[in-house]
Design a protein around this ligand. Sequence first.
Ligand code: CP
Length: 305
Amino acid sequence: HRHLLGIDQLSPVEISGLLDLADGFVDINRQVEKKLSTLRGRTQINLFFEASTRTQSSFELAGKRLGADVMNMSVGSSSVKKGETLLDTAVTLHAMHPDLIVVRHHAAGAVELLARKVGCSVVNAGDGAHEHPTQALLDALTIRRHKGALQGLIVAICGDVLHSRVARSNILLLNAMGARVRVVAPSTLLPAAIDRIGVEVHRDIRSGIRDADVVMMLRLQRERMSGAFVPSVREYFHYFGLDAAKLTLARPDALVMHPGPMNRGVEIDSDVADGPQSVIREQVEMGVAVRMAVLEALASNLPNA
Ligand code: CP
């Protein structure tokens, strides 16, 4: 592939291959000397139209550890503020001959549109409620390292599924790899066609996480809601927040996951987020390794490679 726009473009063999490659980078990242040279001489631009802590910093570290020159475009201080369109920004950056552009944008489909306009490889770092493929890959790597395989595991994805590109990419990946996916949310936070995409739907968190191997909590994306559709935080936590009592319903060895940023006391209690079953910090570590794997896999298809 030339680009990574979504999990929907990857076969199970390609997903396994990326996870195997990332596994090797986990060991390299734990060494004192982390620098490799796959992307030496290459230029990577990180173009983030939406806020990010984990994704942007890990793509920057991943590119640098592979030897690329990495530039972070600060959109807040760019000419986007002066009304430049996405495509004009893309064409402008393209004129500087980057080899890779990593893009996050608030509109679903914006990253694919940009990929059609530039001559280099494009990686989707999250587009609206559409896809966040490297998040699903890092979640899969985290699960695989603990459970050995994804096949047959019960994974409960809980919370604001409606607004979540993380949920969408995870559902695609986990289904492709033979896991059993449940989504757990109030009806108001579920997409209309949710029962047509191969998941079990639960509107009660107790049934949703019962006997689950993995409990993946999602952030309540209040900034994407308005008016009567914004749930009260207290009520949401009571019914859909994960706390120690609810977690006892899952398997005793269930992993607790969250892509971040977390709203403590809204979708997850601190006791659980920081508890022995939590792998939330490990997810961040896997994020660097997975992004190195994606960049390396794309490197062989870069122009003049
Ligand atoms: N999980 C995730 O995408 O986090 P950031 O928004 O901090 O990048």
